[in-house]
Write a protein that binds this ligand. Sequence first.
Ligand SMILES: [Zn+2]
Length: 220
Amino acid sequence: MATQTPDDFEPRAWCRECRRARNMCCCAELTPFRIGFELAILMHPKEARVAIGTGRLVHRAVTGSHLLISEHFDDDEKLAALLARPDLRPVILFPRPGSLDLGTASVSATEALFPQGTRPLVLIVDGTWTTAKKLLRLAPRLATLPAVRFTPPHGSRYGRLRKEPRAECWSTLESVHHVIDRLAGLEVAVPPAGRAHDHLLALMDMVVARQLAFEPAADA
Ligand SMILES: [Zn+2]
């Protein structure tokens, strides 16, 4: 079954904010919250048209997050401005050799990524690892940034909707939630107020339920 894109919808049938069909839009349920670090979601223009992607939802839920859409991030001015900020220390979420495993690294090893007086700027590519690999290949400067990774502790809540290369591959939304969890205890990142970020998982469940009601997963 072909994935519907916003272009297929009548203007009033899809939400301008999340680019989902109205009957799958969760904007009314959104409760934006703040996190203790800077978050930038890097999106390939192709991913930007995928109706079931979660990057846009995360961007709307996390107050002050940055949504950057480009094919060549080395030339992206908004990203360059973020990377030039002396108060931020960028890390990219990408499982390349030498990347720090947030799941197993000690607090001191994780904190060592962020020198005194800096806050984390977490860059996350919205899409599959394949998308991320492609974007990084096209942006050599991005590929030189310190990288972090984690091994998802369980399968994706999104598993029934989207075929990832591996079952344990997580959506952008789940990945962001997990990174917030991992960085919350660091002195460099102000912990989120309580578990406000769990709202992301509630949104995720809502999206999955609505999508399944709309079109049963072909491979369920
Ligand atoms: Zn919406």
